[in-house]
Structures are given as structure tokens and as C-alpha cells.
Design a protein around this ligand. Structure first.
Ligand code: TXA
Ligand code: MG
Length: 345
């Protein structure tokens, strides 16, 4: 990494011209968005995009999202857009919302993993938007993390695993949302959520009148089962330590179940809401945020998951949250971090 651009607490973003030029000339740039950091390259340049897959160790059958800063870029890469799709884009862009559309030929196969569709998002983060404008091309960017690890939501968390693999780092501080965008594809006129995120099913239903949640969001795939979104197939967010997710609507039952489980191990680590921490006695505990503020939990959860292995626990017990609003996205990431090891009481 030759260039570090620190934009934390700055208002003048003109240094992004350099980062934009690096994208244009085929380099890799780590940059913030409102969801998570992205590992970006020129989305129309096949050899630049190849570097992303290499840096992440990402399977080539898992397609990337193209990030745009205006609607002209959309028309450059997508075609056959329906009224409902326009409606959704108008409602949720710029913002943490990705839509799967029919692609134009100009989009290289490597971006879409040979699919006829392409994922597109217009981020709201000012640094992301200005970087795309300077680059003046759609930026292909997966979450900034080595494949399998939790997505990066601040530079400190990902510096060691990615700094040596990129040409430029843009530091914009901690990401506001902390979880990746909601991914939606309109199927037979129904917006179908392939990955839950900050934009909730309720919000989508308010715009479209209907919404569907793909049933792979919480269930393990059968071998060779076909999926609408290849990202669903892969091990993700998982620490090396064994993890279990526990949830109950009743907070007392939840705490008691976790205490009971913790007794079966010698060095349990508990990821606890702020309010419940004091119930877990002498156990190792990480505070994941208030259970009455799911936005706070969303913002911290990937950083917390990255910490757990350093405690060397024999089990990580994670408090689940209610699956409402962004809680659906939190639970989707946690259930995968626990590799579907989940109990509800
Ligand atoms: O918030 C986000 O979406 C972040 C920031 C950087 O924008 N990006 C991100 O990208 O999370 P990534 O590559 O980590 O996740 C993209 C997801 C994957 O699950 C992928 O399979 C799915 O979107 N996806 C991309 N293109 C698709 C397509 N054409 N059809 C179905 N799923 C697609
Ligand atoms: Mg990812």
C-alpha cells in the first residue's frame, strides 16, 4: 500500500482525486461506505476486478456489486428495468440497498460470475460517492475482508489482512450502519430479499405493496442446492472458535439458558447485551450494545466477532436479538457466524 488518505474529521475530500485515478488505472482502493468498507476496482476492467478476487481469496462464482454515483452510470450497465425496480431505486438510493438487474454486455463476466444479472448500489456515504465520481466508472467492490471473515467496518480491523494487497487506503472512520446492504431481486413482480440489511422488509413492502424473504436467509443449504445469490453458499463471518447463538423472547429465559450453557465449558466467552452483562458473573464477556438499540448492535457486531478468538474461549455464546427491523439482518449474520448452531428457548 503506497497511499493512505485520512479523511476522518475532514470536510475537504479533494485528495480523493488520487484514489479515483488509481481506480481508473486499474488499481485497488479500500474505501468506506455507509454499510461496510469496500475493496474497490474499476468495475468495467476485467483485469482490475481479477485483483479483487485474488486479494480476498474469493471464489470466482460469487459475483460482485457495482457501485454507482448517478443514474447515467446505471443506464451504462443495466437494461430492461421495470417500473417497480425504478420505484425501489428511487425510494432507497442513495443508501444501503442493492438491486439485482439485467446486465448490459459492457459488464465483464468476472463481475457477475457469468450471470446475466448484475448487483448495483448507489451508496450514500459522501466519501464513496465522491470517489466514484472521481473515478467516473462504476466501482466493483465486495466487503473489505478476506473471504470467510467478518466484513471490515473500520480500517484498524482490516489493516493487517488487506493493507499489503491494495494500492490505496481511504480512511473514513467507522461505518455508520455496520452491516452490508439489503440485496433485492424483483422476481415475478415481487421484491425478494436475498440478503437482509438496514433497509427492512417493512420499508420495501411500504413501497412495493409486497415483499418476500428468500428462505435461505436462516437455513443451511442442502448440498448442490441452487441459490439465487451465490454469496449464500459460503461460510461467512465465522470466528475460529466454536460459536452458539441463543435467543428467547423472554429475557429471563435467555439469560438462564446462557448461564446453563456456560456451565458446560471451562472458558466460555459471552457476547452479551449491555443490560445483561452483570448476570454472567465471572465469565468472559464482550458488550455488544444495548438490546434496546439494534442499530448500535449492528454497528459493533463485526468488530466484536473479530475479537473473540483472541480470548481463546472453548465456546462463544452469543445473545440473539428480536428479528424485527435491522434485527433480521443481525440474526442472519450471527446465525452464519455460528454455522447454524442456534437454540431458541
Ligand atoms: O453493503 C454492501 O453491499 C457492501 C459494500 C462494500 O457496498 N458490499 C458487499 O459486497 O457486501 P459482497 O461482495 O461482500 O456481497 C455481495 C453479495 C454476495 O452475497 C453476492 O453473492 C450477491 O451480493 N450478489 C452480487 N451480485 C449478484 C447477482 N447478480 N445475483 C445474485 N446475487 C448477487
Ligand atoms: Mg462480503
Amino acid at each position: 500500500m503506497d497511499n493512505y488518505i485520512d479523511l476522518k474529521n475532514k470536510n475537504d475530500f479533494s485528495e480523493l482525486e488520487l484514489a479515483g485515478n488509481i481506480i481508473k488505472s486499474g488499481g485497488l482502493v479500500l474505501f468506506p461506505t455507509e454499510t461496510v468498507y469496500g475493496l474497490g476496482a474499476n468495475g468495467l476492467d476485467e483485469s482490475a476486478v481479477k485483483k479483487i478476487y485474488f486479494a480476498k481469496g474469493r471464489s470466482s462464482d460469487n459475483p460482485l456489486i457495482l457501485h454507482i454515483s448517478n443514474m447515467d452510470m446505471l443506464f451504462q450497465i443495466a437494461t430492461n428495468i421495470s417500473d417497480l425496480e425504478y420505484k425501489l431505486m428511487n425510494a432507497f438510493w442513495p443508501g444501503p440497498f442493492t438491486i439485482i438487474l439485467n446486465r448490459k454486455k459492457v459488464v465483464p463476466n468476472i463481475v457477475t460470475a457469468n450471470l446475466e444479472t448484475v448487483g448495483i448500489r448507489m451508496p450514500s456515504n459522501r466519501i464513496a460517492k465522491e470517489l466514484i465520481s472521481y473515478a467516473s466508472v462504476p466501482i466493483a467492490a465486495p466487503s473489505a475482508n478476506v473471504s470467510g471473515k467478518p466484513s471490515g467496518t473500520n480500517i484498524k480491523d482490516i489493516f493487517d489482512e488487506l493493507a499489503s494487497k491494495v494500492d490505496c487506503i481511504v480512511d473514513g472512520g467507522t461505518c455508520e450502519v455496520g452491516l452490508e446492504s439489503t440485496v433485492v431481486r424483483v422476481i415475478d413482480g415481487i421484491p425478494t430479499i436475498l440478503r437482509p440489511g438496514k433497509i427492512t422488509p417493512e420499508q420495501i413492502k411500504n413501497i412495493a405493496g409486497v415483499v418476500k424473504i428468500d428462505n435461505h436467509i436462516f437455513s443451511k443449504l442442502e448440498e448442490n442446492e441452487k441459490v439465487l445469490s451465490p454469496g449464500m453458499k459460503y461460510r461467512h463471518y465465522a470466528p475460529i472458535s466454536k460459536c452458539i447463538l441463543v435467543y428467547s423472547k423472554d429475557n429471563d429465559l435467555l439469560v438462564n439458558k446462557i448461564k446453563e450453557l456456560s456451565l458446560q465449558y471451562t472458558r466460555p466467552l459471552i457476547l452479551s447485551s449491555t443490560e445483561n452483562m452483570s448476570y454472567y458473573g465471572n465469565n468472559l464477556v464482550i458488550d455488544i450494545g444495548s438490546r434496546f438499540n439494534l442499530n448500535e448492535i449492528a454497528k459493533n457486531i463485526f468488530t466484536d466477532l473479530r475479537k473473540v478468538d483472541s480470548f481463546n474461549p472453548d465456546i462463544v455464546i452469543i445473545e440473539g436479538v428480536v428479528q424485527e427491523g435491522i434485527g433480521l439482518a443481525i440474526m442472519n449474520r450471527l446465525i452464519r457466524a455460528c454455522e447454524y448452531n442456534y437454540v431458541e428457548v
